[in-house]
Design a protein around this ligand. Structure first.
Ligand code: ZN
Length: 125
């Protein structure tokens, strides 16, 4: 536990500057504090590490922008689908509707069969 000049426990933050990307440091947690306490936790990085982290951060920004763009595109397509469904509501056969149709057919088929049998029997007489 590292204590600040103003007597409080310090907080841990991460630097995202070009020189120290991803490097953690202790700082004063008091908002608008005058003590301005600052101490590095991590040792300085080698230039290659800094270069790799910067490259990863650039890639992250590119991917985040792509995600934002694709989310916007998905939102637009969903709006188009909703608009099309409003114009042409489709008949949705859900599970309950299918079950009801099956029951109707189940009771109707024997009735039809018996009716035809009676009809043929009446023709023979
Ligand atoms: Zn402080």
């Amino acid at each position: 536990m590292v204590m600040c000049r103003c007597g409080r426990q310090t907080g841990i933050k991460t630097s995202w500057t070009d020189i120290n990307p991803g490097r953690q440091f202790y700082t004063c947690v008091q908002l608008r504090s005058r003590c301005k306490f600052f101490a590095w936790i991590d040792p300085p990085m080698c230039p290659r590490s800094v270069q790799v982290i910067r490259g990863l951060m650039d890639t992250k920004v590119v991917l985040e922008n792509e995600v934002k763009f694709l989310r916007e595109e998905v939102r637009m397509y969903k709006e188009q689908v909703a608009e099309m469904e409003n114009k042409n509501p489709r008949v949705v056969l859900n599970r309950d509707t299918c079950l009801i149709i099956c029951w109707i057919l189940f009771f109707f088929c024997p009735y039809l069969y018996l009716s035809l049998a009676v009809f043929k029997f009446m023709q023979l007489m």
